[in-house]
Design a binder for this molecule. Sequence first.
Ligand SMILES: Cc1ncc(C[n+]2csc(CCOP(=O)(O)OP(=O)(O)O)c2C)c(N)n1
Length: 469
Amino acid sequence: MTLLIDSLSKVYFCTGARNHELLAPLSKNKLAFEYDERMASFKALGFIKAQEAPVAVCTTSGTAVAECVPAMLEAYYSKLPLILISGDRPKKLHGTGAPQTIEHELLTRGSRGSYFEMDLTEFLEFKMEDVEYPVHINVLIDDTTSHDQKIIHHKNLAAFRDFLQVKKSPLFIFSHESRSMLPLVEKFTALKIPFYAESMSGARHLSSLSSERDLVTLFNQGAFDCIIRIGHTPLTKIWRLLERNPLPVLNFDERGMPGLSFGEVLTYSSHDLLQSPIWWETLSSFQTSPLVFESKDLGPLMEKYPESEISLMRNLQNELKEDDVIYLGNSLIIRFFELTQAKKFLIFGNRGVNGIDGQLASAIGLAEGTKKTVYCILGDVTTLYDLSSMREMPGNLKLIIMNNKGGRIFDMLKLDKRIVMEHGLNFLDISQGFKLKYTNDLKELDDTQVLELFPNQDHTARFLQEWNS
Ligand SMILES: Cc1ncc(C[n+]2csc(CCOP(=O)(O)OP(=O)(O)O)c2C)c(N)n1
């Protein structure tokens, strides 16, 4: 019996970071690269019909797996040999709210004949014996280090007082919640305690740490002796670093989730904290010294690399007004927006499990629910994923596409070039086909419905290299 990784008539490989480790072993088969899992899994069904042989679709974690369920259902009721291979996060992160971590096993119940869960080594040796099609193989890929820290749930704010009692230099992070966190952060600023507020918190403009770069530098220098996170699972890189270099973490999370494999949790929202005397008393009696560090300024690099994606994002923000409603997509979009944000905006996005699916549709719903203009900023791959939503865009929605010609987050993560899915497409014809007014000139933003910007990849790469050095 041959190994699964050698025996497939075709693999539709859907791009993602979590399943990236599966790319090299699956490369012995005929490969097709895809970004849309729903489409890829239906293509697999067609290929099965033509070849009468098993075909696999390989996906990253999160909603990417859910997108394969329609094709799995069709395969189940048609008895077709479809194989869904999903890359997953390690078991210790399941149920914690860690980024892009959901219960894959639950998703294919009712649409599969067999289910297997295994680690990477077992996957490399897996032989398809006694399986009922369609099959779901979930591969747990562990890139964390092991430590003996635990998850502790507390019931009341006395735990906050106890936690802070022995700490000298905490880092406060305000991430995001189902509502704006601005009221809490506004009051917090008066305490003069250093903090980092992400864009999605609604209070980015107040953040005492102005860039994630400063935050990471300080973290790596050991400037913090603990992290206090308010809101849902943060976007910042610090959060991923913590899984490898654990510090004591206290979370105020309205969902009651640690977002990591360890940490203390209090099920409180920012609204609860705003009204809690213990929270304010504990903070006002806390002595902290100001952080001493040299903050780097973006200005000179923006002048030097005016066509970088970061510079284009800042130019775009200059055109927007305070309190404008912004919808942010993945992946560099939200990072570069946060990097360059100085104004107060009302910011929305889908940060629960970070899927790139349905982003334009969510922005359309947002626009349908408000009288204000919604500025939806998406990457090109994210826009391509949701093209049918362009058919009917409300008049108060402006779609701004940052077309860097592929999923450039994977370039930044230094992953296999093939999963960037570099392309030369633009959105002119499709916009006009849907009768949407199109421009690629930022100055015409007021008078258009689709604005497409084309960053210069070389400028972006050099900018980031110098910024991070
Ligand atoms: C449904 C789903 N499939 C796959 C992914 C993995 N993924 C994260 S970012 C990304 C590419 C996004 O590309 P683009 O929209 O062009 O933004 P850029 O990376 O260039 O900023 C992909 C495929 C995901 N998050 N969600």
